[in-house]
Design a protein around this ligand. Structure first.
Ligand SMILES: NC(=O)C1=CN([C@@H]2O[C@H](COP(=O)(O)OP(=O)(O)OC[C@H]3O[C@@H](n4cnc5c(N)ncnc54)[C@H](O)[C@@H]3O)[C@@H](O)[C@H]2O)C=CC1
Ligand SMILES: O=C(CO)COP(=O)(O)O
Length: 417
């Protein structure tokens, strides 16, 4: 809300003006705490990789990365290098790897021998202090910081395996984009599941971060959602580099919801590409998607800040995913070939997982239960198309009479709920 008006009643100029004013208080640690590169020299001159004199005198924070897919491996590269560079972190970073056999060899052995995740992030070397471990309890039991980065469908199983086996003082950071179903017709945020099941606080990191580009060290930004003013700087330190810039905001839930919902919109962008409808249509889908994302927060998670949508986790991630992401790519092929999403995921992604169609299903479960499907026609249409209830050729028909088009800015709110 801006003043007494819902955001969707406010002229766009005012929205941008308001967002620029709102962004200052929402951003709590924009200043940089990067250490100078000279400190990195320490790590280059050590004889023993995991024990340096400089580091032995302090209580060092141990980090575990729970997950080792495309994004998990890219973030392991960053975290591994930062752990070596920073004085308050243990050099050794453990990485839980869901074991598989590749050309007769265990993936954990391949990663530990070659320092490359040849299946999920080929062509990029991980630092040697990142140690792949197939047992998630072994990987996580001593960690002070647990970075969760798995496809969201596996989070409940991982949490039940870890329950009672981790340090009670550990903190978590979730990079997982998605939701889970909650009993009683709702959804659960993944960070809430982690906090509830493991009884530890969980912050989130979401942003315009296609893993391959981050691993190539192309400049980009990301957003950490963290309400705790002590944990925020610590999490930023282990994540930030000179090419991967972090903004910490306190609007945790909105950050996470942006990361989950943009994957649904990316499926719509892929349909538009597959149907050959062009850039104007794609821009309309992206804009309507953004409006539904904002409305979703406004309705189901009131108290979120509009300014959060202007961080990397919001508009920027929406754009990158709608142009360069896996959800877009597979949805384009879906529209072109008529094959099922599952078939295409298996054919095109070599074991990587799509989040958009699942998330659309979870969101639809809640919207249906609350009788609100028609208030979110884009999310609803994408779910119905992914599940074969509607033909992809009907996509545009479903959004032609979107609530956004039903009234002008000086009428009653277009999507008042
Ligand atoms: N790939 C990307 O560019 C980005 C991904 N994300 C998010 O990060 C999260 C993780 O994605 P990725 O690392 O890309 O994973 P991915 O899509 O590469 O997923 C494959 C991973 O799942 C593991 N896996 C398969 N079956 C499993 C099981 N039964 N139990 C546990 N793990 C199993 C595989 O071993 C592999 O590590 C997702 O929520 C995604 O939306 C966020 C930003 C960027
Ligand atoms: O989240 C992502 C980029 O920020 C990756 O999106 P995809 O899962 O669609 O590739």
């Amino acid at each position: 809300m801006i003043g007494h008006l819902p955001f969707y009643q406010v002229p766009i100029g005012r929205i941008f003006w308001a967002a620029s004013r709102l962004s200052a208080p929402a951003t709590i640690y924009r200043q940089q705490s990067q250490q100078s590169l000279t400190s990195k020299l320490c790590s280059c001159h050590r004889n023993n990789l995991f024990q340096t004199n400089a580091k032995m005198s302090q209580k060092l924070k141990k980090v575990c990365i729970v997950g080792s897919g495309n994004w998990g491996s890219a973030i392991a590269k960053i975290v591994g290098n930062n752990a070596l560079r920073l004085p308050n972190f243990d050099d050794k970073v453990t990485m839980y790897v869901y074991e598989e056999i590749i050309n007769g060899k265990k993936l954990t052995d391949i990663i530990n021998d070659t320092h490359e995740n040849v299946k999920y992030l080929p062509g990029h070397k991980l630092p040697a202090n990142v140690v792949a471990i197939a047992d998630v309890v072994d990987a996580a039991k001593d960690a002070d910081i647990l970075i969760f980065v798995l496809p969201h469908q596996f989070i409940r199983t991982i949490c039940s395996t870890l329950l009672g086996k981790i340090k009670p003082t550990a903190i978590a950071l979730s990079l997982i984009k998605g939701f889970d179903r909650a009993d009683g017709g709702g959804i659960d945020l993944i960070s809430h599941i982690i906090t509830r099941h493991l009884r530890i606080p969980c912050s989130v990191l979401m942003g315009a971060n296609l893993a391959g580009e981050v691993a190539s060290e192309n400049f980009c930004e990301t957003t950490i959602g963290c309400r705790d003013t002590k944990q925020g700087p610590l999490l930023r330190d282990i994540i930030q580099t000179d090419y991967f810039r972090v903004v910490v905001v306190d609007d945790e839930d909105t950050v996470e919801i942006c990361g989950a919902l943009k994957n649904i919109v990316a499926c719509g962008a892929g349909f538009v590409d597959g149907l050959g409808l062009g850039d104007n249509t794609k821009a309309a889908v992206i804009r309507l998607g953004l409006m539904e994302m904002i409305k979703f927060v406004d309705v189901f998670y009131p108290g979120g800040k509009l300014s959060t949508f202007f961080e990397s986790c919001g508009v920027a991630d929406l754009i990158t995913t709608c142009y360069g992401g896996r959800n877009r790519k597979v949805s384009e092929a879906f529209a072109k070939t008529g094959k099922s999403i599952k078939e295409l995921e298996d054919e095109m992604l070599n074991g990587q997982k799509l989040q958009g169609p699942f998330t659309a299903e979870e969101v639809n479960y809640m919207l249906k239960h609350k009788g609100m499907e028609e208030k979110f026609p884009l999310f609803t249409a994408i779910h119905e198309i992914c599940t074969g209830q509607k033909a992809v050729t009907e996509f545009i028909q479903c959004i032609k009479h979107h609530p956004e088009h039903m009234a002008s800015s000086y009428d009653t709110p277009k999507c008042k709920l």
